[in-house]
Design a protein around this ligand. Structure first.
Ligand SMILES: [Zn+2]
Length: 476
């Protein structure tokens, strides 16, 4: 009998691509899946071992298509926290939508947790490009340089650093021409991070453009129409854009914002003002204090190697200690919206939104698995469909052809989930244990780059994999 380095015994093995849903063993050798059947014998190499997965679900490693862990520096959070929180949440591959490669290489070198990571560079007027309407020549130079640094493409943060519609169209055009991934937090100088931003996309994209639309649920919070009407229109727009776009939804109820108040007691940012108004709090520093004491507002506080949402008296103490200038969170994302967008199917039964992604990482809202498992318990998704949302589809979105599946030859990336708690217990990336019974034990990590970034990846001294983005679902 052949011998294998890792054998995962007796779990309910779920592979969306092949349709496999049965109690099986999974064998891994040299970092790759070699079999999902038979009675496997672990090898006698020092790292050989058997993982008992009886009573648990064994799925291809979870791919988070939208996270943040490699900057931007103004987040003020350490990449190490993001890498730990992603690994702890059962993620084995994560893409930073708007990170910096120098921060990413440094973070993985210092504090890698064994997961595979990649990043899109941020396109922001005044930071990475000169104006709100950058020309094609400038964009070609900037994005080509980003690819050479190791980025997989570009992300536009329309909700924070909008470009004009014309500038937005040019970023998409240049990324499409360069075969780079391009993602968009919608909104331009003419619209917002709302349904009106989504309405602009058909014209911006034209008949040939290709695009990844980030967190569709964030544009359906009811600021233009009632939320359920916004969901219906968003789904219509996404269907009309097929096959030009891919998209994801995040499932976290808490948002992320800043608490900063002026010396006159005014709340300085628009988002926390709206959050206070929503529940009838006074829109002042005193309203903020009341919201924290009531458990509605939370302060994001570092505890050990994690960030936590802290409310009540402890939250208020953290708020006062930094004179209100603290990262904060309010539970304002609508679960019904995320749920409706995630389960929506077209007339052929195909999902309209591809994936569940966290928009987390460094932010403490890495709940992809828990929330998707809750939808399975509710009967809105089958177990195999949950695997499509968490792993297969996000892998396809980025052209990660060796991930998202458990077929022989695929990467030895596995997420084992306890169906009772709905959380990941154990994960492996490239055949190496990242999460063991809830504890993050992985080190190092693999960096995803395009062919243009191979030199940068090699120079980092880290393990890397070269991705052909032109083979992603976005470009098919
Ligand atoms: Zn994001």
């Amino acid at each position: 009998m052949p011998r294998y380095q890792v054998v995962i015994k007796g779990g309910r093995v779920l592979d969306y691509e092949s349709g496999l849903d049965a109690v099986r063993d999974v064998a891994i050798q040299d970092g790759k899946i070699v079999g999902v059947d038979g009675d496997y014998d672990p090898g006698d190499s020092p790292d050989a071992h058997v993982i008992d997965a009886a009573g648990q679900w064994v799925m291809p490693g979870v791919v988070d298509a939208h996270a943040h862990f490699a900057g931007p520096p103004d987040f003020g959070f350490d990449t190490a926290i993001g890498l730990v929180q992603l690994a702890a949440a059962g993620v084995t591959t994560a893409i930073d939508l708007g990170g910096q490669m120098d921060v990413l290489f440094d973070g993985v070198t210092r504090a890698g947790t064994g997961i595979t990571v990649g990043s899109l560079m941020r396109i922001a007027p005044g930071q990475t490009v000169a104006s709100e309407t950058p020309d094609v020549g400038e964009l070609t130079d900037v994005i080509s340089a980003g690819l050479a640094d190791g980025s997989l493409g570009a992300k536009m943060w329309g909700g924070y650093y909008p470009l004009t519609p014309e500038g937005t169209a040019r970023v998409i055009q240049v990324c499409n021409e360069l075969g780079a991934h391009v993602a968009f937090h919608v909104g331009t100088t003419e619209s917002g991070s709302r349904l009106d931003g989504l309405r602009e996309i058909p014209e911006i994209l034209g008949s040939t453009g290709r695009l990844h639309i980030a967190h569709v649920n964030a544009y359906c919070r009811g600021s233009i129409l009632p939320p359920e009407q916004e969901v219906a229109e968003a789904l219509q727009i996404l269907q009309s854009l097929r096959p030009q776009t891919v998209s994801e939804v995040h499932m976290a109820v808490p948002n992320f914002t800043r608490g900063a108040c002026g010396s006159d007691g005014a709340v300085l940012n628009d988002v926390p003002r709206n959050c206070l108004r929503l529940r009838g709090y006074e829109v002042t520093i005193d309203g903020m204090r009341a919201a924290i004491l009531d458990g509605y507002g939370s302060v994001v506080v570092r505890r050990g190697d994690r960030l936590e949402l802290v409310t009540g008296k402890d939250g208020l103490a953290a708020f006062e200690a930094r004179e209100s200038d603290v990262p904060m969170s309010f539970p304002v994302n609508l679960p019904s919206t995320a749920f409706a967008l995630t389960e929506a199917r077209d007339d052929d039964g195909e999902f309209i939104v591809d994936a569940v992604a966290s928009d987390g990482g460094v932010l403490p809202r890495n709940v992809n698995i828990e929330q998707t498992m809750a939808m399975v318990r509710f009967g809105a998704l089958s177990p195999l469909e949950a695997v499509a949302k968490l792993s297969f589809n996000p892998a396809e979105m980025f052209g990660l052809n060796a991930k998202g599946r458990l077929t022989p030859g695929a990467d030895g990336d596995v997420t084992i989930v306890d169906p009772v708690t709905g959380s990941a217990t154990t994960t492996l990336a490239g055949g190496r244990v990242v999460l063991r019974e809830g504890s993050v034990v992985g080190t190092g990590g693999t960096i995803l780059v395009t062919a243009a970034g191979e030199g940068a990846a090699r120079a980092s001294g880290l393990e890397y994999a070269v991705l052909d983005v032109s083979r992603s679902k976005m470009y098919r």
